[in-house]
Design a protein around this ligand. Structure first.
Ligand code: OFO
Length: 181
């Protein structure tokens, strides 16, 4: 008996998004490694924590695909982009990445709506909310670096920013908690 309740098209799109989330985890991981090399331990800590969160997103896709009786396909993850050239550039890259990921999430919402796959449509709402929070978080990074002086930020401002981000809670967690309620 066939227990698969996902269409081929949705399965492919969900699997691709699962890989995108794994890729996101690698991106944050690589930026974190770069930040360590630059001496910014606090910023690195923040990026590593976020990498972990992206990996959790990947797992959510995997679990959902399997719950619906389809096959989760683990593939190679594309290499992360080149290292940032500065903290300002790092945060710009993070912001752009999140905006791009939101578009990918919206494509999946549209597809599930088109196919009248309401289970997937409902599953994707968690990610719509999560992206809203992630974009807000990325925007707050942009604001912080802007206040610190942008590309021209002085060492002291960067030192304070590094200390600040060491303690900044990962605001994306809110969506995680909402799901658990
Ligand atoms: Fe998975 O939310 Fe960021 O990319």
């Amino acid at each position: 008996m066939n227990t698969n309740r996902l269409s081929k098209k949705i399965t492919k799109a969900l699997n691709e998004q699962m890989t995108k989330e794994a890729h996101a985890a690698q991106i944050y991981l690589s930026y974190g490694a770069w930040a360590v090399g630059q001496g910014y331990a606090g910023i690195a800590n923040f990026l590593f924590r976020h990498s972990h969160e992206e990996r959790n997103h990947m797992m959510k896709f995997m679990e959902y695909i399997q719950e619906r009786g389809a096959k989760a396909i683990v593939t190679a993850i594309p290499a992360p982009p080149a290292d940032p050239t500065s903290i300002n550039n790092c945060f710009e890259k993070v912001f752009q990445h999140e905006v791009d990921n939101t578009s990918a999430i919206y494509d999946l919402v549209n597809l599930s709506h088109e196919e009248r796959d309401w289970a997937t449509f409902s599953f994707m709402q968690w990610f719509v909310k999560e992206q809203l929070e992630e974009e807000t978080l990325a925007q707050s990074l942009m604001n912080k670096i802007k206040i610190a002086g942008g590309e021209g930020a002085k060492a002291e401002a960067l030192y304070n920013l590094d200390k600040d981000l060491e303690k900044t809670p990962d605001e994306g967690k809110k969506a995680e908690q909402a799901k658990e309620e």
